[in-house]
Structures are given as structure tokens and as C-alpha cells.
Design a protein around this ligand. Structure first.
Ligand code: HXC
Length: 262
């Protein structure tokens, strides 16, 4: 399927895992419209593929993505941006149902940081450098940076980061909960860890995995009482699945479950 994309590479490093690698090396993976379309098409394709249980999104050692393509944006007018709803298509990624793990090495700046924040889990290499530098080029974050980042790091840090544009390190990102973990040093280590994690997720019952992602995401949209009810309803519904019978049956019989994703 890679052949259909100019700016991403798609592979299957593990059963059930689709690895999507941003590949626009001459611009540090700056997200032109064409590049972004390849990324979202590849993710949509993997999400719809029955043989895939989880996706990994990564860039290069030097850059996950250095932001939206500034050269492509610089002459845009307000009327263009508003009328064509510039960046609204990025929301596609947040509607996907299977887990997406971002494996970040090097620069994750502006739209690159926001792209990582749209994923479900972020793993960082010690070389990862994040920022929302839009303020330095006369704009503000447009892919959720002022909203998703603020919900994670709190007001004071979000204000500091978005108003100064300063970079923050993998260690800071871990301390603040932006990333779940900083992996060990070395080329390719973060991708290997992310692929392993995706493989673990892909080995679980797919129905429960999708329900679990949906329940956690609901917590960002609802008051606690509604969120708890939502979780309980999904929890109850999983007793209608074969995977619940298989998972609990296998435990009782002291063997490994063989999930059929049904
Ligand atoms: C277009 C970019 C780019 C970008 C890098 N390049 N970032 N092109 N848009 N965002 C290109 C450079 O022009 C250059 O092309 C090549 O990639 C290598 O970059 P250098 O600057 O030569 O590399 P280096 O000196 O190592 O510096 C790396 C860098 C710097 C610190 C990441 O490139 C940089 O500051 N980039 C811009 C980062 C940024 O402001 N991002 C936010 C964009 S706004 P040539 O042809 O000269 O070799 C944004 C808005 C989001 O994302 C809105 C919501 C999505």
C-alpha cells in the first residue's frame, strides 16, 4: 500500500500492527497539505483494515514533524483560511477507533506537536523536542495545541509554552504527563518500543480495545457522572461478546485466550 503514498511509508512490523512513517525528509517532515493527506489516508486505511489492531505513527530520528508547512501557509489570506476551513480535516485522526501510538524522536513542533497530541499514547526518545512555536511567526496553535496541551499540562505551563514558543524536552514532557514514557537511548528504540506496545494491544480482543479507547476519550467530553454511566454501559455490553467468554474461560482453564474479535 506504500506505493500509493508519496510522503509516508506504511509497513506491518508485527502481526496486527500498522507502522506509518512520515517521510518528507527534505523539509523535516513539515506537514504540507499533501503530506497531511497521506498521513490521514494511511491512518484511515489501517483503522478500517480488519487485520490491524493498533497503529504506530512515527517520523525520522531528526524530526517527528517540524510543524505545518510555513512556505505553503505564508501567503494564505484570512478569507482562504476561513472559507476553506483550513486544518478542519485534521479532525479525521481524532475520530479513528483503533489506538494510535506516536513514537517521537527529534522535533515535534507546532502542528507536529499537535499531531502527536491527537494520538492516544505518546512514547518519546530522549532526543524528542516539543514546542508550540506559532507565536514566533505571528499566529497561534491551530491543531488543538491551546486546548489539548492545556488539559494535560495546566494553565500556567500552557500559557508559558504557547506565549514564548520555547521548546520543552522529553524529560519535561514525561514529568508533565504529555508522554507516557521516555524510552532508552538509541536509534530506532522508540519505534521498536511503540511497535511492541501496539502488538500487545493488537493481541487483545478488538471489541474491548475499541470500547476502552472510547470510554477514556469520553472522560474529556463529559461530567464525571455521565462518564461513569457511559463506562458502565460499555462494560455491561462487553458481556455480550465471545471475547469476554473466551477471556474469562481461558483464565479459569489456566490457558492463554484466543480472541476472535467478536
Ligand atoms: C516548511 C520547513 C519547516 C516548516 C523546516 N523546514 N521546518 N519548511 N515548514 N515548518 C525546512 C527548512 O526550510 C529547510 O529547507 C529544511 O526543512 C531543513 O530545515 P533547517 O531549518 O535548515 O534545519 P535546522 O537548522 O536543523 O533547524 C530545524 C528547525 C527549524 C529548528 C526545526 O527548521 C525550524 O525552526 N522550523 C520551523 C519550526 C516551526 O516554526 N514550526 C511551526 C510551524 S507553524 P531548505 O529547503 O532550506 O533546506 C505550525 C502551525 C500549526 O505548525 C497549525 C496547526 C497545524
Amino acid at each position: 500500500s506504500t506505493a500509493r503514498y508519496n510522503n509516508v511509508l506504511v509497513s506491518r512490523p508485527n502481526p496486527g500492527v500498522a507502522l506509518i512513517t512520515l517521510h518528507r525528509p527534505k523539509a523535516l517532515n513539515a506537514l504540507s497539505a499533501a503530506h497531511f493527506k497521506d498521513i490521514s489516508d494511511a491512518l484511515v486505511e489501517a483503522d478500517a483494515d480488519d487485520s490491524v489492531g493498533a497503529m504506530v505513527l512515527t517520523g525520522s530520528e531528526k524530526a517527528f514533524a517540524a510543524g505545518a508547512d510555513i512556505l505553503e501557509m505564508k501567503d494564505k489570506t484570512f478569507a482562504d483560511a476561513f472559507t476553506n476551513n483550513f486544518l478542519a480535516n485534521w479532525e479525521v485522526i481524532t475520530k479513528l477507533r483503533k489506538p494510535i501510538i506516536a513514537a517521537v524522536s527529534g522535533y515535534a513542533l507546532g502542528g507536529g506537536c499537535e499531531l502527536a497530541l491527537m494520538c492516544d499514547i505518546i512514547l518519546a526518545s530522549p532526543t524528542a523536542k516539543f514546542s508550540q512555536p506559532e507565536i514566533s511567526i505571528g499566529i497561534i496553535p491551530g491543531g488543538g495545541g491551546s486546548q489539548r496541551l492545556t488539559r494535560i499540562v495546566g494553565k500556567s505551563r500552557a500559557m508559558e509554552l504557547c506565549l514564548t514558543g520555547r521548546m520543552f524536552s522529553a524529560q519535561e514532557a514525561e514529568q508533565w504527563g504529555v508522554v507516557s514514557r521516555v524510552v532508552g537511548e538509541g536509534e530506532g528504540v522508540v519505534v521498536k518500543e511503540a511497535v511492541e506496545m501496539a502488538g500487545t494491544i493488537a493481541s487483545k480482543g478488538r471489541v474491548a480495545v475499541i470500547a476502552c479507547k472510547e470510554a477514556i476519550n469520553a472522560s474529556f467530553e463529559m461530567p464525571l457522572s455521565d462518564g461513569l454511566r457511559y463506562e458502565r454501559r460499555l462494560f455491561h455490553s462487553l458481556f455480550a461478546t465471545n471475547d469476554q467468554k473466551e477471556g474469562m474461560g481461558a483464565f479459569a482453564e489456566k490457558r492463554k485466550p484466543n480472541f476472535t474479535h467478536s
